[in-house]
Design a protein around this ligand. Structure first.
Ligand SMILES: [Zn+2]
Length: 316
């Protein structure tokens, strides 16, 4: 979330410099992750594009962007929910809110900062609510017509609650050091795999979440618990697949569209260490498999998620 300027060099030799940023304006997470591999100039434009989208979302609503960014970074929070979806897939509309996913140990400090320094009001509903796996409650802050949801993780990683969101189109984050989208191809085509948390009896959406699911469908999304119809291969690859109920996944794996938010040439040692020592969340979606051939004859499996250092998983 630190400021990143566009490179001085144009993206394509001979192209007027003011046109270069516009080329990336509608790139989604897949395009951003792929195009930055071209060269350091593209890498610089991708980092600047991600920063601009975060900046445009937040600056109308906070008095001190740099202070805000510093506090978010210090707390280890990441942007998730609809805001992350909009930043990484800009064809999806800009939401009137910001969801910050925060580790359990730093959430209170971030709330205090927003109340005292940015003059938000705490409007958290008093009603009790049973939170799903990974959540430890949500604090709702409001300033004028803009809301900030502080989603408290039950872990040292802010990412754990992301894996119990309604569907896979919300498995995205933009943090102080990197971004990731776990199901980028499905998300770019408005397809969402329902998580086990959202499913009740008969693999149908739980009645408490029917309203939420309906609003996604009205917005043009296809929601399903079945992976096979959307699989790029004919049969299911089971644990080697992107979306089967049994597929072990983590933010940053080979199916994700991920990358640092700072350009390689400007990356500080501190940023590099943060990237290399980051914790991530490891999950399988759970629910009905595509068939007994997916994994050890299983036809149904419980969902699971846990946090661990990403370097451990990269080495597996
Ligand atoms: Zn399968």
């Amino acid at each position: 979330m630190n400021r990143v300027s566009h490179p001085a060099r144009t993206l394509i030799p001979g192209l007027p410099s003011e046109l270069s940023p516009l080329i990336l304006e509608y790139f989604d997470a897949v395009d951003l992750a792929l195009s930055r591999r071209t060269c350091s100039t593209w890498d610089g434009y991708v980092a600047a594009t991600v920063h601009r989208r975060v900046y445009r979302l937040i600056t109308p609503h906070v008095a001190q962007y740099d202070d805000f960014s510093e506090q978010v970074q210090a707390s280890g929070a990441v942007i998730g929910g609809l805001a992350a979806l909009h930043i990484l897939f800009p064809s999806h509309p800009c939401p009137p809110c910001l969801e910050l996913f925060v580790p359990e140990s730093t959430a209170d400090a971030l709330v205090t900062y927003l109340l005292d320094r940015e003059h938000f009001a705490d409007i958290t509903p008093l009603a009790d609510r049973k939170w799903s796996v990974g959540h430890d409650g949500v604090t709702v802050l409001k300033k004028k017509m803009w809301c900030v949801f502080i989603v408290r993780s039950r872990s040292r990683s802010p990412l754990l609650p992301l894996t119990s969101d309604l569907h896979s189109g919300l498995f995205n984050y933009v943090g102080a050091f990197d971004f990731s989208s776990a199901y980028p191809v499905l998300t770019s085509t408005s397809r969402g795999l329902l998580t086990m948390v959202s499913l009740g009896r008969g693999n149908e959406v739980h009645e408490d979440l029917e309203g939420a699911a309906t609003s996604w469908v009205r917005a043009g999304w296809n929601l399903s618990s079945k992976w096979l119809p959307w699989s790029p291969s004919e049969g299911c690859q089971g644990t080697n697949s992107e979306g089967c109920a049994v597929a072990p996944r983590y933010f940053g794996d080979r199916f994700c569209a991920s990358g640092p938010v700072s350009p390689l040439r400007e990356r500080t040692p501190r940023e590099q260490i943060a990237l290399e020592s980051a914790w991530t969340v490891y999950w399988w979606r759970g629910g009905y498999t595509c068939g007994p051939g997916c994994h050890s004859g299983l036809e149904e499996i419980e969902a699971s998620s846990r946090t661990c250092p990403r370097s451990w998983l990269d080495g597996v």
